[in-house]
Design a protein around this ligand. Structure first.
Ligand SMILES: [Zn+2]
Length: 122
């Protein structure tokens, strides 16, 4: 639990920075990112500051995953999405940008032009 100072997600959780919050309970918050890559794109974060998959507690991660499942279903239904990607990065070399654990729920649509899947270098 390091680098909590000036963490933008901690500020959003504390309601000290603006964000459109779409879900919250005692452990988990979900909000719309500054730049959505698809309609319904949402970030799911623990209220307590964990940096990544290496330091987050298993119990809170399980709760976060359960919320993400519910949100996936809700967002897909609301937006008539036909699929969803759940994306996560842990560590700078894994392209993590904000160092407060977060899971992206990205609703997907037929021919939406996004390509979020990883590529093997053949
Ligand atoms: Zn934080």
């Amino acid at each position: 639990m390091k680098n909590m100072n000036n963490c933008i997600f901690c500020k959003i959780i504390a309601k000290k920075a603006p964000a459109k919050i779409v879900f919250e309970n005692e452990d988990i918050l979900a909000f719309v990112p500054k730049e959505q890559v698809s309609k319904g794109h949402t970030l799911v974060v623990p209220r307590v500051h964990f940096e990544n998959v290496f330091d987050i507690g298993k119990n809170i991660l399980e709760k976060l995953i359960a919320v993400s499942k519910g949100l996936s279903e809700k967002l897909a239904k609301e937006n008539n999405a036909t699929g969803v990607n759940l994306l996560h990065a842990s560590g700078k070399d894994a392209q993590q940008s904000v160092f407060h654990f977060h899971l992206h729920v990205v609703p997907r649509y037929e021919n939406d032009g996004l390509d979020l899947w990883l590529r093997e270098k053949l």
